[in-house]
Design a protein around this ligand. Structure first.
Ligand SMILES: *Cc1c(COP(=O)(O)O)cnc(C)c1O
Length: 377
């Protein structure tokens, strides 16, 4: 039986139960389930938190990415560059819109897309770049934005795993929140994400008034004036109940990130100097909000370690076991095994340990002890 899960959403809820229950009951009492005042309030509070002009709530993170690409007016066959090491949703929306996903390899330390690899992948058909801020730290955005300016490309950040992370621009010295650096940022409020709802949810961020107006139309059936449909849109809404929950959790987001960072520091210390375990690396230009705490193992039987942890009641997970170019639905004659050596190496050697806001040193002691029992000190 798993005693120590990857996340502890029940423990987190219990600490803020009175506030949450009251807010949810309020929505029920007023029956304003869709686009109620709770949605507007959360939208404004999130805009202020992020320091961004527009937040457009939507139904989930995958929709956020899809709506962003729809609003850019791309044509079938246009190329969109993204990382080979991410959750499928990033590439899924590109494929769904009949755009061409162009995959590039990642940095072995940060697990994020690199400006060098992006530059090599740019062609006449490239229209957009989707950097993913994987596991909770930002990709190297300044050089990516420079490349985008030079080649006239859109930048859509997938910040589903990094909401609240700070990016410090080496050039301007300015600090910006993840998802507010490119043209559009997309996030997910899936329950286990750093800002998680009690169901599905997502949001899109932008400082661009025109894009914001266009995306508000796209999420609402392509309708700016009621029952007049100027575009083919989608139906993608954040419901009021989720917004009420999220608005309360937003107040705790920074303290949640601190709890995750503290847990990561404990793990780092316990695994320091173990030649078989590489602990997460944080780049100088970003903070890390540790959506995942991901080790790179060398010379360790990963399946064996996972079984040993499970025997001790400890969850662990592999994000992600199969690179995008080797997923059945995405097989493509342009790509073959060996094309993305870093991604392929990582998919075989990464292991994520439980990390969440309710982790105690006692639990971490049990987890680190079990890991070191198996790998040797
Ligand atoms: C979770 C996630 C998504 C999709 O979010 P949903 O809300 O589940 O649709 C997209 N990209 C990344 C990197 C994610 O981790």
């Amino acid at each position: 039986m798993i005693k120590f899960p990857m996340v502890d959403l029940v423990g987190q809820y219990k600490k803020i139960k009175p506030e949450i229950d009251e807010a949810v009951l309020q929505v029920m009492e007023t029956a304003s389930f869709i686009n109620g005042p709770a949605v507007k309030q959360f939208q404004e509070n999130l805009q202020n938190y992020l320091g961004v002009k527009h937040v457009i709530p939507c139904a989930n993170g995958t929709d956020a990415l899809q709506v962003a690409l729809m609003a850019l007016g791309l044509q079938p066959g246009d190329e969109v560059i993204t990382t080979s090491f991410t959750f499928i949703a990033t590439a899924e929306v590109i494929a769904l819109l009949r755009l061409t996903p162009v995959l590039v390899d990642v940095d072995p330390d940060t697990f994020n897309i690199t400006p060098e690899a992006i530059e090599k992948a740019i062609t006449q058909k490239t229209k957009a770049i989707i950097p993913v801020h994987l596991f909770g730290q930002c990709a190297d955005m300044h050089p990516i934005i420079q490349l985008a300016k030079k080649h006239n490309l859109h930048v859509v950040e997938d910040t589903a795993q990094a909401i609240g992370a700070d990016y410090s621009c080496s050039e301007s010295g300015k600090t910006m929140k993840a998802g507010t650096i490119g043209d559009i940022g997309c996030t997910s409020f899936f329950p286990s994400k750093n800002l998680g709802a009690f169901g599905d949810g997502g949001a899109i961020f932008t400082n661009n008034d025109e894009l914001a107006a266009q995306m508000r139309v796209v999420v609402n059936h392509g309708m700016a004036v009621r029952y007049y449909h100027d575009y083919v849109g989608v139906n993608s809404r954040l419901d009021s109940m989720q917004a009420a929950v999220l608005d309360i959790k937003l107040k705790h987001l920074d303290e949640y990130a601190e709890a995750r960072q503290k847990a990561a520091a404990y793990y780092n210390k316990a695994f320091a100097n173990n030649p078989k375990i590489k602990t997460p690396f944080t780049a100088t230009y970003t903070s890390h909000v540790f959506h995942q705490y991901t080790l790179v193992l060398s010379d360790v039987d990963r399946e064996g370690l996972m079984a040993h942890l499970a025997d001790n009641g400890i969850a662990s997970a592999v994000y992600y076991p199969v690179p995008l170019h080797m997923q059945k639905a995405y097989l493509d004659p342009r790509y073959k095994e060996g094309d993305f050596p870093v991604t392929e190496m990582l998919s075989k050697s990464v292991l994520s340990l439980p990390i969440h806001t309710e982790l105690t040193e006692e639990i971490q002691q049990v987890i680190t002890k079990a890991v070191l029992e198996f790998t040797g000190k």
